[in-house]
Design a protein around this ligand. Structure first.
Ligand code: HEC
Ligand code: HEC
Ligand code: HEC
Length: 115
């Protein structure tokens, strides 16, 4: 094989890889829209969870939350997982894995609960 023929093949291979990468990025599942979380008895207001503010779309990572912390299966999981409570969050579970640590704290009620 001549050097130029080899270079042409390498370029084609690189082009195919790039194309596949772009196609994969385009085929990523679309993130769910705003999710109204089920309210506990004394909840001071509806909490809406936004994937958009929690997922970097250029480097989507779902494993920091799914499936360990939260189910991806939506309504079919209702009642199968323990409800999100402040007792759990204060112990670093659910939203409390980050809020009160690298994200704003649990004392900031209206950042999560609608007024
Ligand atoms: C910061 C945490 C977090 C990250 C990161 C995250 N999710 Fe979620 N996701 C949630 C929470 C909270 C729920 C709601 C769980 C519930 O209702 O019990 C949810 C629910 C879902 C649902 C179910 C939607 C419905 O209709 O109930 C899907 C699908 C989903 N996530 C997909 C994804 C995908 C895909 C990614 C990665 C690109 C992702 N999530 C990353 C927190 C996260
Ligand atoms: C993996 C870490 C992580 C988890 C788990 C997580 N968050 Fe966040 N959240 C963040 C970070 C980081 C921000 C960016 C704001 C900041 O730095 O304070 C944020 C921002 C927010 C915001 C402000 C932006 C917006 O969407 O309105 C709300 C509200 C919020 N989170 C609610 C929640 C709730 C409710 C849960 C649990 C169902 C949750 N988060 C779980 C890391 C997390
Ligand atoms: C990081 C987001 C976040 C912040 C900040 C936050 N909450 Fe919550 N809270 C939730 C989520 C998620 C739930 C579960 C859904 C529901 O019950 O509305 C919840 C549930 C509750 C509940 C019912 C369950 C339980 O643990 O008793 C009460 C009461 C409550 N919150 C009060 C507060 C008060 C008061 C503040 C401020 C001091 C506050 N929350 C701040 C996310 C938050």
């Amino acid at each position: 094989m001549t050097a130029s023929r080899r270079r042409a093949l390498l370029l084609t291979a690189a082009g195919l890889l790039l194309g596949a990468g772009l196609a994969m990025a385009r085929d990523l599942p679309r993130l769910p829209g705003p999710l109204a979380l089920k309210r506990g008895a004394d909840s001071p207001g509806q909490v809406i969870f936004h994937h958009g503010s929690h997922v970097d779309e250029t480097r989507p990572a779902c494993l920091s939350c799914h499936p360990g912390r939260f189910s991806m299966l939506g309504a079919s999981q209702a009642g199968k997982r323990p409800a999100i409570t402040h007792e759990r969050m204060s112990a670093g579970r659910d939203c409390g894995a980050c809020h009160g640590k690298e994200a704003f704290g649990l004392d900031d009620c209206t950042s999560c609960h609608a007024e």
